[in-house]
Design a protein around this ligand. Structure first.
Ligand SMILES: [Zn+2]
Ligand SMILES: [Zn+2]
Length: 438
């Protein structure tokens, strides 16, 4: 017999309540939590005027190599790259922004309006080392704005991210902010940083020795204690910003303060991707240890041009869904979609079963949630099933009552039972549902 298991670093999201004895990192893989999170994210995005975009799960490898950058960890060691049967190199998307930009250019969306607001939800693939809170297929909620340079847009995106996490029910969020400059001001910093690191290569980790050659800015972002000690006094970009970047950053900070949004400056926040410019930000949550970044984003004013379009500013964020759900679990927050009340139709004889089938058809087409036994089980077994499903009502279809167009309706929460005309059933259920909603 062959036994199949899901691939390492992936998870199944299952219906039904979680087992309370499970650790929080396993309790998050329940459909109700995912649906509730997705609904909240969609709702917030709609209120901010963002429209959903869906791109393929794989793209030409070149798109990510060019945009994300050859020296990044993602391209160097985390991509799922394969040759398709036509000999083309393809990659499962390791991040969400480049595909949006690719679609934006391919469909010439820039011709339709000046500013474009997109949001997306979906899986992201990275070959991560196996460790707690790391997935090889993880899921992201993200937004991108293309075509807007104004600092007010940076503030809007940050505010949207905070609204989303706050409305999920999270507390204790921290906003960290930095500016990582632009192609005008970065080279001078890079020169000084390389000079600073050059004498200290022996005390950097193996990854940072590679970063030193390919993308020295990323050394500042290393989580290894040794590297953090070594780079404690390294030159930071904030001290090198050109006038344009400095003014932009000052305006972002002033507007955040004006909106009563607290933030902390973090000069070591550099983000993992090459295409970021100016504002970079992260929203952190205290309870998650090393994996505490719930949302990260920033400006990428050079990306559209890098992908072959006219210069077009952009800014966005990606927020891991698993991490947000885990933060909620560790905070003890319930997150679920309210389930609609269900009605269970019991029927035993052949005639009763036929009637139940028709009644289920009619009620479902009128918007009711209906369960009916399809396996010829006993009345007792059907009642057990109604209880297991959490039915709000049970309708007992019995031949003698059916002959008079009537049936018994039971309210499961109180046990009250009443004989009703079948013609009245739908209006009664609707009225009850209305009452529950209030
Ligand atoms: Zn600059
Ligand atoms: Zn390091």
């Amino acid at each position: 017999m062959i036994k199949y298991e899901r691939p390492r670093g992936t998870e199944d999201v299952l219906p039904g309540p979680p087992d309370p004895s499970q650790p929080p990192e396993e309790r998050i893989f329940r459909t109700d939590r995912w649906q509730a999170l997705e609904n909240t994210f969609r709702d917030v995005c709609e209120r901010f005027g963002y429209e959903e975009i869906r791109t393929p799960l794989f793209e030409a490898t070149e798109l990510f190599v060019r945009s994300v950058g050859e020296g990044t960890d993602i391209v160097a060691k985390e991509m799922y790259t394969f040759e398709d049967r036509g000999g083309r190199s393809m990659t499962l998307r390791p991040e969400g922004t480049a595909p949006v930009v690719r679609a934006f250019l391919q469909h010439k969306l820039y011709g339709r309006a000046r500013v474009h607001r997109f949001y997306y939800l979906g899986p992201i693939f990275r070959y991560e080392a196996k460790q707690k809170g790391r997935y090889r297929q993880h899921h992201q909620a993200g937004v991108e704005i293309l075509g807007a340079m104004n600092p007010a847009v940076d503030v809007e995106v940050i505010h949207l991210g905070l609204c989303y996490l706050t409305e999920l029910g999270l507390t204790g969020l921290e906003l960290h902010l930095n500016s990582i400059g632009c192609p005008v001001c970065r080279p001078r910093h890079r020169t000084d940083l390389v000079a600073f690191l050059g004498g200290k290569l022996d005390s950097l980790c193996a990854d940072c020795q590679r970063r030193y050659r390919e993308n020295p800015l990323r050394v500042l972002d290393c989580k290894e204690a040794g590297c953090q000690r070594t780079t404690a006094d390294a030159p930071v970009l904030l001290d090198y910003l050109c006038d344009d970047c400095r003014e932009h950053f000052a305006e972002v900070r002033a507007q955040l303060a004006g909106m009563d949004i607290d933030f902390g400056l973090n000069p070591r926040l550099v983000r993992g991707l090459d295409y970021y410019t100016k504002t970079a930000f992260e929203i952190l949550h205290g309870s998650l240890g090393a994996q505490n970044v719930l949302l990260g984003g920033g400006r990428y004013d050079g990306l559209v041009e890098l992908c072959g379009g006219d210069p077009t500013p952009g800014i966005g964020f990606g927020a891991g869904i698993e991490r947000a759900l885990l933060a909620l679990e560790t905070e003890g927050q319930e997150l679920r979609v309210p389930r609609r009340p269900r009605v269970y139709l019991t029927a035993v004889s052949q005639a009763e079963r036929r009637r139940a089938q028709l009644l289920a058809r009619d009620l479902r087409s009128q918007g009711q949630c209906v369960d009916v036994d399809c396996e010829g089980r006993s009345l007792k077994a059907q009642m057990r099933e109604a209880n297991r499903l959490g039915a709000a009502w049970v309708v007992f279809l019995r031949e003698d009552e059916l002959a008079q167009g009537r049936a018994a309706l039971r309210w499961m929460n109180t046990g009250t039972q009443e004989e009703v005309a079948l013609d009245d059933l739908l209006p009664i259920l609707r009225k009850e549902e209305e009452k529950q909603r209030k």
